[in-house]
Design a binder for this molecule. Structure first.
Ligand code: NDP
Length: 327
C-alpha cells in the first residue's frame, strides 16, 4: 500500500485527497519506484481543474525522483537500487511508491540530489526543448532577443539561466517587481513587470523597434495578442501553456498581417516519447546542472498532506522557481 493523492472529480484544490492505494508488481516495460521527493507543476492544476481532461478517479502529478525497487520484463536501462528521476505519464506521481512505464525514467547522476531531481525533470526538459529544439528560421544565435513570459516561475528561472548560457538576450516578464528582480538575478538580460508595464512597448524599446525572434508564451489568454505584436517578421510564437486560460481561436490570416509569423504549440511529452530522445534531453539537462550553468531553485516545499495549499499557492501566483512535495 502507498499514500497517494487521488481525485474523484475535476474541481478546486479541495478535490485533492490522500488515500491508501494498492501498489502492484511492475509488468513488462514498467518499474516500481519509491519516491524521495515529488515535483509540482502547473500542468497538475490543468489536470485537477479539468482544463486537461482525465478519466476519474485519477492519480495526479508527473514528476518525481526516488529509488527503483523492481523492474519488469524488458527493462534494461534501470535496475533495483538505482537512483532515478522522471517527468512522465500517466499522472500519479503525488505518492510514496508507484508502478510506471520505464521509458521516461532516467538514472539520476550521483551529484544531483533527490529534491533537485524531483524539481527539475519536467521543467528542465521543457526549457531544453524550448530553447534547443523549438527554433525560428535560421535558428537562434548568441545576442538574439527572445521574450519569455512568467520568467520567475519554475520553467522560467531555468530558462533564464539556460538562455544566458547560450548567449541569448532573454527579456523576461513577471507579475511583480520582486519576481522581476529574481529573473534578472537568474540571467534575464531585461525584465518587464507586465502587471504594470505595457510589455509590447517595452520589448520594442529594448529591441530598437525590431521585435524578438521568439516569444515563449505559457500564460496564454492574457498575453497571446500582445505577444504576437512583439515578434519581428518571420518570428516564432512558441505557445506552451495556459496559466491565465486557453488561447482563444484565431484566424491564421492574422499571422500574415503581423509579419508572416510562425506559430507552434508543443508539449514535452511528444519530445520525450521515445527512450532515446528522453535520455538525450535528460543528459543535456544533467550537464547544465552539473556544470553549474543552471541552478535549480526550490523555493517552496510542502509535505504531501499539504498538497491542497501547494495548489492554492501555485494558482495564486505566490510561488517562484520550483516547488516540491516532501515525503
Ligand atoms: P510557474 O511556476 O511558471 O507558475 C505559473 C506562472 O504563470 C505564475 O507564477 C504566474 O507568474 C504566471 N501567470 C500569469 N497569469 C497567471 C494566472 N492568471 N494564473 C496563474 N498564473 C499566472 O509554473 P510551471 O513552471 O510549472 O509552468 C510554467 C508554464 O509552462 C505553465 O503554463 C505550464 O503549463 C507550462 N508548461 C508547458 C509544458 C509543455 O510542454 N507545453 C511543459 C511544462 C510547463 P507571474 O505572477 O510572474 O505572472
Amino acid at each position: 500500500m502507498t499514500r497517494a493523492v487521488r481525485i474523484e472529480q475535476h474541481g478546486g484544490p479541495e478535490q485533492l485527497k490522500i488515500a491508501d492505494v494498492q501498489v502492484g508488481e511492475p509488468g513488462p516495460g514498467q518499474i516500481r519506484i519509491r519516491h524521495k521527493a515529488v515535483g509540482l507543476n502547473f500542468i497538475d492544476v490543468y489536470h485537477r481543474t479539468g482544463l486537461y481532461k482525465m478519466e476519474m478517479p485519477a492519480g495526479i502529478g508527473m514528476e518525481a525522483s526516488g529509488i527503483v525497487e523492481a523492474v519488469g520484463e524488458g527493462v534494461t536501462h534501470l535496475k533495483a537500487g538505482d537512483r532515478a528521476a522522471y517527468a512522465g505519464n500517466p499522472p500519479g506521481s503525488y505518492c510514496e511508491v508507484r508502478v510506471m512505464p520505464a521509458a521516461q525514467v532516467c538514472k539520476l547522476p550521483d551529484d544531483i540530489d533527490f529534491e533537485t531531481g524531483a524539481a527539475m525533470m519536467l521543467k528542465g526538459m521543457t526549457a531544453q526543448y524550448l530553447l534547443r529544439r523549438t527554433l525560428p528560421q535560421g535558428g537562434l544565435q548568441p545576442g538574439d532577443h527572445v521574450l519569455f513570459h512568467a520568467a520567475a516561475g519554475g520553467v522560467g528561472l531555468i530558462a533564464c539561466q539556460w538562455a544566458k548560457a547560450l548567449g541569448l538576450q532573454l527579456i523576461g516578464t513577471a507579475g511583480s517587481d520582486e519576481k522581476c528582480k529574481l529573473a534578472k538575478e537568474n540571467g534575464a538580460a531585461h525584465v518587464i513587470n507586465y502587471s504594470k508595464e505595457d510589455f509590447k512597448e517595452r520589448v520594442m524599446e529594448i529591441t530598437g523597434g525590431k521585435g524578438v525572434k521568439v516569444v515563449y508564451d505559457s500564460v496564454g489568454k492574457d498575453t497571446w495578442d500582445k505577444s504576437l505584436d512583439c515578434l519581428r517578421p518571420f518570428g516564432l510564437m512558441a505557445s506552451f501553456g495556459n496559466a491565465s486560460g486557453p488561447v482563444p481561436p484565431f484566424a491564421p490570416n492574422i499571422l500574415g498581417v503581423k509579419g508572416s509569423l510562425y506559430v507552434t504549440r508543443q508539449t514535452l511529452f511528444t519530445h520525450i516519447a521515445t527512450r532515446e530522445s528522453c535520455q538525450q534531453m535528460a543528459d543535456e539537462l544533467f550537464d547544465v546542472v552539473a556544470s553549474g550553468k543552471v541552478k535549480i531553485r526550490i523555493d517552496q516545499r510542502y509535505p504531501l498532506d499539504q498538497v491542497q495549499q501547494a495548489h492554492r499557492d501555485l494558482e495564486a501566483r505566490k510561488t517562484t522557481g520550483c516547488t516540491i512535495l516532501t515525503l
